[in-house]
Design a protein around this ligand. Structure first.
Ligand code: HBI
Ligand code: FE
Length: 289
């Protein structure tokens, strides 16, 4: 299997991982027996730390799902997680060597299959890793696939991604993924809560995202998100806040073709500037975290 460089959002980097074992659809075997005791221990420490940090910060849907998943005591066998997931929302997780090309990624999502990276970060990367590893994918992404509406959004996103390839609108759609699935916030009666996997799996950003007044918090607007650049390897300068997952699903259910035609000729917005028409999210409860 040739190793094709994979663009992750807006930066091109050679992916980590052994792609020689990947099948045509870029999935591979998890090879669970190959994990060492040290790797299981590292995973358990990562999980325990994030579990402490998500309380009071992650949305209820995430916390509830985490309760279903007994993933805390060792690196789970993906097949066991898939069995629980299939029963809940018809999703499953598939092992992949790491980042995979957009088309393969979208195709898996469109079939309710979420790619989970088989390799785990090194102890030196305990606090920060740029590329998605097993812990980011499992802890950050998998629990919300238990939520029926979010699960439908993820499949609709995959279907939209396959269409975006035809309109050469990948960059726009990658921003939607980035500002929702990876770094999204959701409004709740207790104030903003986190649902984005990139925040949920990051100790630093999870402590900062809800209480640091510096980053912009803007109420979700599809066109605004599709036009807004993002930071790959730094804390986000802007977060978008959705009302609920139904809003997210509803936005994706429409035909994006006219939106792409409208937006593709326009310059992207920088990641750290308020734009005319932005509805800033004033978080009354932010101080009480
Ligand atoms: N591959 N394994 C994996 N995981 C991702 O999250 C992923 C990917 N390939 C492409 C990709 N994400 C991005 O381009 C999305 O933002 C579309
Ligand atoms: Fe991710």
């Amino acid at each position: 299997m040739k190793v094709t460089p994979v663009t992750y959002g807006e930066s091109q980097r050679p992916p980590r991982g052994d792609y020689s074992v990947a099948r045509e659809d870029y999935t591979c075997d998890q090879a669970w027996d190959s994990y060492t005791k040290e790797q299981h221990d590292l995973y358990v420490r990562l999980f325990a730390r994030q579990l402490r940090l998500v309380r009071g910060r992650a949305c209820e849907e995430f916390l509830r799902a985490l309760g279903h998943l007994n993933m805390a005591d060792s690196i789970p066998r993906f097949e066991q997680v898939s069995e629980l997931l299939r029963r809940a929302t018809g999703w499953q997780i598939d092992a992949v060597p790491g980042l995979i090309p957009e088309e393969a990624f979208f195709r898996l999502l469109s079939r309710r299959r979420f790619p989970v990276t088989v390799w785990l970060r090194t102890p030196e990367e305990f606090d920060y890793i740029v590329e998605p590893d097993l812990f980011h994918d499992l802890f950050g992404h998998v629990p919300l696939l238990f939520d029926p509406v979010f699960a439908d959004y993820m499949q609709a996103y995959g279907q939209g991604g396959l269409k975006a390839l035809r309109y050469n609108a990948l960059e726009l759609l990658a921003r939607l993924y980035w500002y929702t699935v990876e770094f999204g916030l959701i409004d709740t009666p207790q104030g903003a809560r986190v649902y984005g996997a990139g925040i949920l799996s990051s100790p630093g950003e999870l402590e900062r995202a809800l209480i640091d007044p510096t980053p912009l918090k803007i109420r979700f607007d599809l066109r605004r998100v599709l036009r807004t650049r993002y930071e790959i390897d730094d804390f986000q300068k802007t977060y978008f806040v959705i009302d609920d997952f139904g809003q997210l699903f509803g936005e994706t259910a429409q035909d994006f073709a006219p939106i792409y035609q409208e937006l593709l000729p326009l310059a992207p917005h920088p990641s750290d500037e308020v734009q005319p028409g932005d509805r800033l999210f004033a978080d009354p409860a932010a101080k009480t975290i």
